[in-house]
Design a protein around this ligand. Sequence first.
Ligand SMILES: *[C@@H]1O[C@H](CO)[C@@H](O)[C@H](O)[C@H]1NC(C)=O
Ligand SMILES: *[C@@H]1O[C@H](CO)[C@@H](O)[C@H](O)[C@H]1NC(C)=O
Ligand SMILES: *[C@@H]1O[C@H](CO)[C@@H](O)[C@H](O)[C@H]1NC(C)=O
Length: 210
Amino acid sequence: MPQARRERQKKCCGCIFSLGALALCLWLLFVTTKPTCSIEEFDVFALTKTIPSSSPTGHNNTIYYDLKLKNRNFNKGIYYDTLNLTFYYKPNLVNDFPIGNATFTPFYQGHRKSTHRFGDIEAKGVKWEHITKLAIFRVELATSVRYKHLLWKTKRRRFMVGADLKVNDEGSLVKVKGKKGIKLTSNAKNDIGHFQVLGILGILLFIHSC
Ligand SMILES: *[C@@H]1O[C@H](CO)[C@@H](O)[C@H](O)[C@H]1NC(C)=O
Ligand SMILES: *[C@@H]1O[C@H](CO)[C@@H](O)[C@H](O)[C@H]1NC(C)=O
Ligand SMILES: *[C@@H]1O[C@H](CO)[C@@H](O)[C@H](O)[C@H]1NC(C)=O
């Protein structure tokens, strides 16, 4: 009798384990990770002492930027809608004003792929001579994305991220740990990322407990 019970328990355990594995597979199939966006370069030529200016005001208002977009999903492509970038200058902690826009045409990005979008903006209205040490800019990105699963596409999801950009007195972007670009983040509180981690932890605990 106890022998039979043990057998039954074993079977049950195996069954629960398979269920857990199935749930994990389904989760991996359905879960989506948002793209990672970062500004890799942000060259403010007005602050680059070595570049002589050709403009009558004595300042070269051109800013060059390099935006990197990365799809971290290992099995899902991403369709981006028209992507809008807006740049702001922040003369102090409370104020900011727009200095330039850019629009990029819709595109598709395969899984685990990275891509760059570059451009120039003409930053008018910035009082360059007032900048002593650090200049603070802000970038906002707005688009919608659809994720491509094996057989279908998800609905459009609004995707909005932004970041402050610190530029030193040589006109270069102040990066994180010397090398990495500045990551654009969302203000949205309920970022799905945390739930994904909780989900996988839950499943692992579930499997472990049987
Ligand atoms: C500003 O400097 C950049 C980099 O040298 C140059 O490509 C650009 O033509 C300059 N723009 C003006 C208006 O002088
Ligand atoms: C950015 O685009 C908006 C809407 O198209 C426009 O009103 C605004 O003047 C633009 N700003 C700059 C700095 O070009
Ligand atoms: C991007 O800009 C275009 C034109 O300014 C506008 O029609 C569109 O709604 C914007 N898209 C997003 C996601 O803000």
